[in-house]
Design a protein around this ligand. Structure first.
Ligand code: BF8
Length: 645
């Protein structure tokens, strides 16, 4: 198999080693397919329309309009909006599944789950104005499940979940008519408007994309995070390890992959059960090693410290170690190619979601009522498969990095302010006095077009060296963990101001906030920074930006939109598929800022990316009047008395 076109940018040695194994054994990987596929120019620019059978049409100089007369901007806007709809659907369906689990717990229909974080239940209930005083937790949970389920359907009033945004931002959304009235409604309306012959004004279509994206970020994703915390616990800082070296040579290896935490939580519990471990030992293994890929990994990492085998691009490589007895996949970011890779080894790949079947995978359909039973049966089957492992097919890279994860917003409050006076004052003060220049959320995927980790890591290093505190989610977090950026010692790579803050608190300069739906935690953190005071009264005032340097999935398109609509600059390592629509491109990268205070920026090389983010942060600092670094001054008694306090 050939080398990837961007292999020079692959900087993860474990991946390089496993790519060599793939080549030697003739096993095809995502990098080979990346080389083999000719990237479609029309698709990349948003200029291919297949929404009806007049075409499919491709816009070019010779044919500037499709058969129906739609121009480049209309076609690109419609294509983009359908990605926003798909991304919103993915996160929000995940949220809906969790609400369903919450309902089953509340109604006593499953004993596989319970309310783990009652404090979070109460906090969430209060957001929706649910009475909590003197009521049993399960009653409150039931009413909360009712309210949250209603957030998906159409309602005459905007979604209640939006109330968590700053008041000024809510008013801006209302003024611009982009408040969603229900997740499902926002997606259905968007799909209707982009049907052949309906909404042809590119800016009007984009407005509907923004509405749907808000139903994701401030709706489905916010709900998914809150309910996960209620059911499984709100994360606290914990130590774990990452990269393919977490796969164990002498234990039964089970890898969970996908996004939803419900089954994987039960699998984790079963793997810790001494009876299960004893069974594994009876089969000649030293124990059981559970690890994860993608955001299912992030979910059980954040709450249980379960090691992470790798990010999106490493899913095939994990199987290629030859030491994985079972890979359990649920939904999203699962490559169908896993079937052909697994066929070269003894690995069983089991699809567990009712929504997602793949040819060549075994299938069980997960149901919350029997979750523990199903988890036990799967783990037993993995243990039984240990005997089929071929020792001479095993190659496990010697790559395993320790790191700290578990930074929920509550944990950040407690870390900065202490358990009893938890709060963000020290963070706001550090931003105001310039020790921390600003905050960047670096999120999203890996993409073979960008080389493995070769774009995210240099960007994050450049930002922390410039005193920017970085918040991470998704595969970007896994990537930075592998590069050693998620340990307190990484403070040595930070600029002097950020380093001083990190060393005083004992925190890394780069904080892992969770899975992709947990981008909602970044929104919540932004709200709390504003509420703490001194940095404006809207998210667009903050010296903060978002970035997805290696974005790949449609979820990233939706995430980018809701961050922009929330008032942030969003930098993408390659443009959204819109550049063929000149007016649409200008709307996204310029004009949206006038309306929403946020916009997209495209930047493919690290110096450009760092500059775009720092320029934006500095512009915001200037607007806040905090652009000059204040020197901390030691005052004598006379000077203190002269202070007007
Ligand atoms: O939701 S970062 S590759 S795993 S889409 Fe997928 Fe992208 Fe990874 Fe998590 Ni998010």
């Amino acid at each position: 198999m050939s080398d990837s076109r961007n292999c020079a940018r692959d900087i993860d040695p474990a991946t390089l080693q496993m790519k060599a194994v793939a080549k030697a054994r003739g096993i095809e990987t995502v990098w080979d397919r990346s080389d083999a596929n000719t990237l479609c120019k029309f698709g990349a620019e948003g200029l291919c329309c297949k929404n009806c059978n007049l075409g499919p049409c491709r816009i070019s100089v010779r044919a500037p309009r499709g058969m129906c007369g739609a121009d480049a901007d209309t076609i690109a806007a419609r294509n983009l909006s359908r990605s926003v709809a798909a991304g919103t659907s993915a996160h929000s369906d995940h949220g809906r599944h969790l609400v369903h689990t919450l309902r089953m717990v509340a109604e006593g229909k499953t004993d596989s789950y319970r309310i783990t974080d009652e404090r979070k239940l109460m906090e969430t209930a209060r957001i929706y104005k649910i009475e909590t005083d003197g009521r049993p937790a399960l009653d409150i949970a039931q009413e909360l499940a009712d309210v949250l389920e209603a957030e998906f359907a159409y309602s005459a009033i905007p979604m209640k979940t939006l109330s968590q945004a700053p008041v000024k931002r809510q008013a801006l959304w209302q003024k611009n008519g982009v408040q969603p009235h229900g997740v499902d409604h926002a997606v259905v309306e968007l799909m209707h408007r982009t049907h052949m012959g309906v909404d042809h004004a590119f800016d009007h279509v984009e407005q509907a994309s923004i509405t749907a994206s808000l139903a994701d970020g401030w709706g489905g994703s916010m709900i998914a995070t809150a309910v996960s915390d209620i059911l499984f616990g709100t994360p606290r800082p914990l130590l774990s390890s990452v990269n393919l070296g977490v796969i164990s040579a002498d234990q039964v290896n089970i890898v969970v992959h996908g996004h939803e935490p419900t089954l994987s939580e039960c699998v984790a519990a079963v793997c810790e059960d001494p009876r299960t471990i004893a069974y594994a030992k009876s089969k000649g293994a030293a124990g059981i090693r559970l690890s994860g890929i993608c955001c299912t990994a992030n979910e059980i990492l954040m709450r249980r410290g379960v090691p992470v085998a790798g990010s999106f691009l490493q899913q095939e490589l994990a199987i290629m170690t030859g030491a994985v007895e079972m890979m359990l996949v649920d939904v999203q970011c699962v490559m169908p190619s896993l079937a052909s890779v697994a066929a070269c080894f003894h690995t069983k790949v089991v699809a567990t979601s009712k929504l997602a079947h793949t040819s060549g995978f075994e299938t069980i359909e997960f149901d919350e009522e029997h979750a523990m039973e199903q988890a036990r049966s799967l783990v037993t089957s993995a243990i039984d498969n240990f005997a089929n492992r071929k020792k001479d097919s095993v190659t496990i890279p010697d790559a395993r990095v320790e790191f700290v994860a578990g930074f929920s917003v509550r944990a950040i409050h407690e870390m900065l302010g202490g358990r009893f006076r938890s709060g963000l004052r020290p963070l706001n003060d550090a931003i105001i006095d310039g020790r921390i220049r600003g905050i960047a959320g670096v999120v999203g995927c890996n993409n073979p077009k960008k080389g493995l980790d070769g774009t995210i890591v240099p960007l994050v290093k450049g930002l922390i060296a410039s005193d920017v505190l970085v918040l991470l989610t998704g595969c970007a977090a896994i990537t930075c963990a592998k590069a050693g950026l998620l340990s307190p010692e990484a403070a040595a790579m930070a600029g002097p101001g950020l380093r001083e803050v990190c060393e005083a608190v004992g925190m890394p300069p780069v904080l892992h906030l969770g899975s992709c739906v947990d981008n909602s935690r970044i929104l919540s953190a932004a709200c709390d920074v504003l509420a703490e005071g001194g940095l404006g009264d809207d998210i667009s005032d903050l010296p903060a930006a978002g970035a997805a340097p290696e974005w790949m999935s449609e979820k990233a398109v939706a995430i980018g939109h809701y961050f922009v609509a929330s008032g942030m600059l969003v930098l993408l390592g390659s443009p959204l598929h819109v550049t063929g629509g000149e007016k649409l491109n200008t709307l996204l990268t310029k004009d949206l800022e006038t309306t929403f205070g946020g916009k997209f920026a495209w930047g493919s090389d690290t110096p450009t990316q760092v500059k775009i983010i720092l320029d934006h942060i500095d512009k915001k600092r200037e607007a806040l009047g905090i652009n000059t670094k204040r020197q901390r001054q030691l005052l004598d008694m006379k000077e203190r008395r002269a202070l007007d306090v």
